[in-house]
Design a protein around this ligand. Structure first.
Ligand code: NAP
Length: 540
């Protein structure tokens, strides 16, 4: 790698992160003849799938869909053992991609980026690492992930706990054996719901501390049917091409045509039952056109799921506590589980409703709730989520024009143009940043689509002998406004979700993902390019 007089290493593009986004960025930009390098905090590739190793961790998008689409050969070569990939299988796949496309030679592992500063005189980013390295490049890509900053709540007394505690998003690589232990799990989002049945299999006693009940549907996971796999692989070209015309970037689900309110209750329940048996969240949300836009329509689906919970969980009080009733179904990320509700029928598993009776403190011996009850524990699992969408970037001291930090810029909530760039931060790109549809889509598709857009933008700038690209403030403001308008035309803002920043005390409550659909988002990106990068300003 070349160095400047100060000893800094020089690149064309510095990439932060070597999860699926960072890996594809290396591949794509290298193909465009650029000198790139990714810096990764972990000791291997994989991002989410490297860190989230909790028992039961599994993707909620089917494995034949949740994969890179840039290589038809890769599509045909890889075989998934199950309908939904588990963490180990997905990590193996991502590692295979890194090896097959020789990406590792441009990755530096075990390296945390601490700062990134734009120099207005040279139009270069200077990036520093936690081991004292300095790297400079005209372009910087934040491939830092949306759910990559685990957060443990600040509960009084945690330091006094004599047992062990874990966070699902930072799970020990050697695994954890809960055999014979008394375990407490705090949190019932996807991570909690997926891990609880597995922990229950080992633990002597399991207490689940639930603040908010969530909607979970059966994944109906199982070995992948070889006939289905062969058919899907034969259809890959059309399916991959068709994904772009769908809201979630997943083809193969016929879009709904009817409102839930224009059919009889019998017909509706029969449809929901069929979807429940089929498994998967997209199929369920695609039952009717208005499940995410009409509260009345949504109530029919929400009540169907609540009745399912009541029919599975034998203890009536526990069943009622597990019934979500503070948000419409689907406005928080729908969870896919295997045997979650059934777990509460086991005699050693108990639900503790901390909405009614909050955690007062963690003691030497366990958890004490506000009513004075003590739960003696050997281990506590925090399944309490992430500082989503903005957390990872805010952890880096990113300074744009005039020394303004990303923390200053986003103090009232994130502002971006297309979820790809931020006004005031020239030449810095984000892969699936806030106000992009990333987290509301088949994530690998969106990572690729964003990287392709970024790679084209960089080529466009370089081809014109320009040295700086940045969105105009006007374009940014109007995209943020559009994002809010789209969100407000749906039921999404009714939920206290991580989409809203609601899970982090003090975080601005702004609905962050673009929920207008991947199809509309991609059309917008294409229009922007066709109109000469409309909304972006370029200079020499
Ligand atoms: P999450 O959805 O944010 O859930 C966190 C849970 O912890 C919630 O039940 C929350 O309760 C609870 N919690 C947070 N702070 C608490 C506190 N101070 N006291 C008590 N409870 C507290 O986090 P997650 O389960 O890790 O999932 C995050 C996202 O990651 C998912 O939505 C999904 O997009 C992704 N993910 C996907 C998969 C998959 O593909 N299958 C698996 C895991 C994660 P409240 O609801 O009351 O805040």
């Amino acid at each position: 790698m070349s160095r400047d007089v100060s000893g800094a290493e020089n690149l064309d593009v510095v990439i932060i992160g070597a999860g699926v986004a960072g890996l594809y960025a290396i591949h794509k930009l290298r193909q465009n003849g650029l000198k790139v390098r990714a810096y990764e905090q972990g000791s291997d590739v994989g991002g989410t799938w490297y860190w989230n190793r909790y028992p039961g961790c599994r993707c909620d998008v089917e494995s034949l869909e949740y994969s890179f689409s840039f290589s038809p050969e890769l599509d045909q070569e890889w075989s998934w053992p199950e309908r939904y990939g588990n963490q180990g299988e997905i990590l193996k796949y991502v590692q295979h991609v890194a090896d097959r496309f020789d990406l590792r030679r441009d990755i530096q592992f075990d390296t945390r980026i601490t700062s990134a500063t734009f120099d207005e005189a040279t139009n270069r980013w200077t990036v520093t690492t936690d081991n004292g390295q300095t790297i400079t490049a005209p372009y910087c890509i934040m491939a830092t992930g949306n759910l990559s900053t685990p957060r443990k709540p600040d509960i009084k007394g945690i330091d006094s706990f004599r047992g062990k505690w874990y966070h699902t998003g930072l799970w020990p690589h050697e695994g954890v054996d809960f055999t014979g232990l008394r375990v407490g799990v705090i949190g019932t989002g996807s991570s909690g719901v997926q891990s609880i049945p597995h922990i229950a299999k080992q633990a002597r006693q399991l207490f689940v501390f639930q603040r908010t009940a969530n909607f979970s549907l059966p994944a109906q996971n199982g070995p992948l049917d070889p006939v289905k796999e062969a058919r899907h692989k034969a259809e890959y070209p059309e399916r991959r091409a068709g994904a772009v015309n769908t809201p979630f970037a997943i083809a193969g689900y016929p879009p709904p045509t009817k409102s839930a309110l224009e059919v009889s209750a019998e017909e509706r329940n029969a449809t929901y039952e069929r979807k429940w048996q089929e498994g998967g969240s997209i199929s369920f949300l695609y039952a009717y056109t208005d499940l995410l836009t009409s509260k009345e329509a949504n109530d029919t689906a929400s009540e169907f799921v609540r009745n399912k919970i009541r029919s599975i969980v034998k203890d009536a009080e526990t069943a009622e506590a597990l019934c979500p009733n503070d948000h419409p179904m689907g406005t928080k990320r729908l969870i896919l589980d295997t045997g979650y509700y059934e777990t509460y029928n086991l005699p050693h598993v108990k639900l503790v409703n901390i909405r009614k009776n909050p955690i007062a403190e963690i003691t030497e011996w366990g958890i004490r709730t506000a009513d004075g009850q003590s739960f003696e524990l050997d281990a506590i699992v925090f399944a309490t989520g992430f500082d989503a969408m903005t957390g990872a970037m805010k952890e880096i001291e990113i300074k744009g024009r005039g020394g303004v930090t990303i923390g200053d810029k986003w103090k009232d909530g994130p502002q971006t143009y297309l979820g790809v760039m931020v006004a005031g931060f020239p030449n810095m790109f984000m892969v699936t940043g806030p106000q992009s549809p990333g987290v509301k889509s088949q994530m690998i598709f969106s990572c690729q689509q964003h990287v392709d857009f970024i790679a084209d933008a960089i080529r466009h700038v370089r081809d014109r002998q320009m040295r700086r690209i940045e969105p105009s403030r006007m374009a940014e403001m109007s995209w943020v406004q559009h994002n809010n308008e789209v969100a407000n035309s749906t039921l999404y803002p009714l939920a206290n979700s991580w989409y809203m920043g609601a899970n982090i005390p003090g975080k601005p409550r702004i609905f962050m993902p673009y929920v207008g659909g991947v199809n509309n988002y991609v059309k917008k990106c294409e229009e922007v390019v066709a109109n000469g990068y409309e909304g972006f300003e370029m200079s020499a």
